[in-house]
Design a protein around this ligand. Structure first.
Ligand SMILES: *Cc1c(COP(=O)(O)O)cnc(C)c1O
Length: 361
């Protein structure tokens, strides 16, 4: 059996413990899962209504072109349908880009620590990965631009960045885009776009019209609360979308997911509510960190990376014993921090109470 050398060296993604696992293991009744940045409020009620109202024929393949969802995106963004590529989560958009544009003759530039799927997919394709360390949780865009050379095919920018939550300013991003050659594709991952409250955030849709080598990725997994359905999308000029389309599997997004996402998009009141609740939660976390002298990154996402000044796995275990599953910073490049999803008001309170008990013990 032949397996690519680079694949042999990779380890499969290790999913966090499920709520049921932890319940059984610790004999707890209530578990708060704050490990994967899922929406604590679930999703819009419109999703359930739409799915109930439309009896789907499960025996037939989904619409490969995603007509209904594409139309919903077209109306929402006021952009033509050929500026979108639909994916089985934005993870798949990342995979499609890597598959179409990277091989062993190319390199690709990204920050570190950042979302691990860029590197993972680049390695599978055999490309050289150039990683530029973050400065204070934010991309070092100057160094990233300097790292671009003749072999560079793709540059990945994550804003707000996972796991730090820090977003890039309008001015910094524009300066950066101007430095990147036209034949290098820039992927701007905006998985947390709906949560951003920063005044200096850029308008990426406007930038797309200006930069034919820019593709923005967004998802229904985070603010829209549809992680279980796996829907994400890329937005770019038609030529870039067309270049990627041959790599996309014909039926990559399924019928239920397409319907659910198009319904979710139409309920912006729900998104607004989630964004407001998330901001309130962030303020509570930040006040707590100030009070207890913990350092954290100023987050624009629905999670916060907090430095506990002790081993992340130990902190993770202590919290888990109190029924709260966070994400240990070990695998994220921050061995003394936890990344914690901002939960509902009640969840935030319980989490802060648990942290307080642990750190003041
Ligand atoms: C969660 C996340 C994704 C992946 O989202 P899916 O659409 O569920 O595949 C992509 N990028 C970042 C930065 C994320 O945090």
């Amino acid at each position: 059996m032949y397996i690519k050398d680079q694949v042999k060296k990779l380890t499969p993604y290790k999913p966090g413990k499920t709520v049921d696992d932890v319940k059984k293991e610790l004999g707890l009744d209530e578990i708060i899962k704050l490990a994967s940045n899922e929406n604590p409020f679930g999703c819009s009620k419109k999703v359930g209504e739409e799915l109930t109202a439309n009896a789907l024929n499960y025996a037939i393949y989904p619409d490969g072109g995603g007509t209904v969802l594409r139309k919903a995106l077209t109306e929402f963004y006021q952009l033509p349908g050929d500026q979108f590529i639909l994916g089985n989560g934005s993870d798949e958009i990342i995979q499609i880009i890597a598959r179409a544009m990277l091989d062993s003759s190319k390199n690709t530039v990204m920050a570190t620590p950042t979302f691990p799927q860029y590197k993972h997919n680049a390695v599978i394709e055999g490309a050289e990965v150039l990683e530029i360390p973050l400065i204070d949780g934010v991309h070092d865009l100057d160094k990233m631009a300097q790292a671009v050379n003749d072999q560079t095919a793709v540059v990945w920018v994550c804003s707000p960045n996972n796991p730090t939550g820090v977003s890039i300013s309008d001015q910094d991003l524009k300066q950066f885009l101007n430095k990147i050659p036209n034949d290098v594709v820039i992927v701007l991952d905006e998985a947390y776009f709906e949560y951003v409250a920063a005044d200096d955030y850029y308008d990426s849709l406007e930038l797309i019209q200006q930069y034919p080598n820019l593709i923005v990725t967004r998802t229904f997994s985070k603010a829209y609360g549809l992680a279980g359905f796996r829907v994400g999308y890329g937005i770019a000029q038609p030529a870039l979308i067309q270049a990627l389309e041959p790599v996309r599997e014909p039926f990559n997004t399924n019928s239920l997911a397409q319907l659910a996402a198009s319904a979710a998009l139409k309920d912006q009141d729900f998104i607004k509510y989630c964004k407001e609740q998330n901001r309130k939660g962030i303020v509570k976390f930040q006040q707590f960190c100030e009070e207890y002298g913990l350092s954290y990154f100023p987050t624009q996402g629905n999670f916060i990376l907090i430095h506990f000044n002790r081993d992340a796995d130990e902190m993770f275990e202590s919290l888990m014993k109190k029924g709260i599953i966070a994400r240990s910073g070990h695998a994220l490049g921050y061995p003394e921090s936890l990344r914690i999803t901002i939960g509902s008001e009640e969840q935030v309170e319980k989490t802060l109470k648990a942290i307080k008990e642990i750190i003041t013990q």
